[in-house]
Design a protein around this ligand. Structure first.
Ligand code: NAP
Length: 296
């Protein structure tokens, strides 16, 4: 990429819950944005706002200087990136891969990018789409410092808090897995507590007050407990399937690192159980329904 990235043409591939939030903030901050999504419906809102929609991922890659990819999983990302002559169209440009992946996926993607002379960064998103839109979303990146610095305006625009945590591919996802463990252990603990209170006939609002106000825990917890109180699990931010896929990479990583994977396995097992019980397309608080019944 040459010149300043603030006037760079940015392409976003994937307009799901997270990709559309990334595209929204790039659009509102005045970037020359282009988008592409496999199913055209998700592009319509952007097209209506005057954002050009690529006829294919390859055409989008041809038109942009920085390409951001945020799809369900790494296999989907590589399917798209290896389709047609897309890699050729990206030569000399910057690819920012924001799909959740494993450290091995990150290393393989970086090697693929190097073979194709594509500047490459990948990032792990540590927040929900609403935080991207509020510009309070930290995304941790790994890759060459020069690539990070060259497209910093684009990275700043996507959530406001980009952090380079290492120049070696795989570093960001390893770091993010540690943070995800803190988040899920906390969230699952809150949901387990809510299930215990409800089953004991204790008031959920007092539980909420004590765990959030008294302990001064964040707004997120209040939101989570409100969703349980109203049994409103409709997806607004992230489907349980996305949580389960993303966190599923943590137990094997712990095994590789030679640390205990017991706690991550319990959490991953509960997320998988929620999928088996039919909550794949609900929000995380739906785990309440799983934890409100005796385990196996
Ligand atoms: P999502 O709402 O389910 O969107 C998934 C996107 O991937 C859709 O645009 C979908 O296209 C596309 N896709 C799936 N398979 C594809 C394929 N084979 N070819 C082309 N496109 C394909 O998921 P999301 O919540 O946006 O999550 C996206 C990524 O962000 C995941 O890796 C997730 O771990 C990460 N993330 C999400 C959150 C969050 O809070 N949502 C937080 C942190 C990280 P269609 O519309 O055509 O189906």
């Amino acid at each position: 990429m040459t010149g300043s990235a603030s006037d760079a043409t940015v392409g976003v591939i994937g307009l799901g819950l997270m990709g559309s939030a990334l595209a929204d903030v790039l659009m509102t901050q005045g970037f020359d944005l282009r988008v592409w999504n496999r199913s055209r419906e998700k592009c319509e809102r952007f097209a209506a706002s005057g954002v050009p929609v690529g006829d294919s991922a390859e055409i989008l890659a041809n038109e942009c200087e920085v390409l951001v990819v945020c799809l369900t999983d790494h296999a989907a990302s590589m399917d798209v990136l290896q389709s047609g002559a897309l890699a050729k169209r990206l030569e000399g440009k910057t690819l920012v891969l924001l799909t959740t992946m494993t450290a091995e996926d990150s290393l393989a993607a970086a090697a693929w990018a190097a073979e194709n002379r594509i500047h490459y960064l990948d990032g792990a998103i540590l927040a929900y789409p609403r935080e991207v839109r509020d510009m309070t979303c930290m995304i941790v990146y790994s890759g060459p410092r020069a690539v990070f610095d060259a497209c910093k305006p684009v990275l700043d625009a996507m959530g406001g808090m980009p952090r380079l945590v290492g120049d070696e591919a795989g570093t960001a996802i390893r770091f993010a897995s540690a943070i995800y463990t803190v988040y899920y252990a906390h969230a699952v603990g809150m949901i387990q507590g809510a299930a215990m209170c409800t089953a004991a006939g204790a008031p959920l609002d007092v539980f909420t007050e004590l765990t959030t106000d008294y302990w001064d825990w964040p707004e997120d917890d209040v939101h989570l407990l409100d969703r349980i109180a109203t049994r409103n699990y409709a997806v607004q931010e992230a489907a349980l399937e996305i949580h389960a896929t993303a966190f599923g990479t943590t137990p094997p990583l712990c095994d590789q690192l030679g640390v205990s994977s017991e706690l991550p396995r319990v959490i991953a097992g509960l997320l998988d159980e929620a999928l088996r019980q039919g909550y794949a397309n609900d929000e995380l608080p739906a785990l309440f329904e799983v934890l409100s019944k005796p385990g196996k």
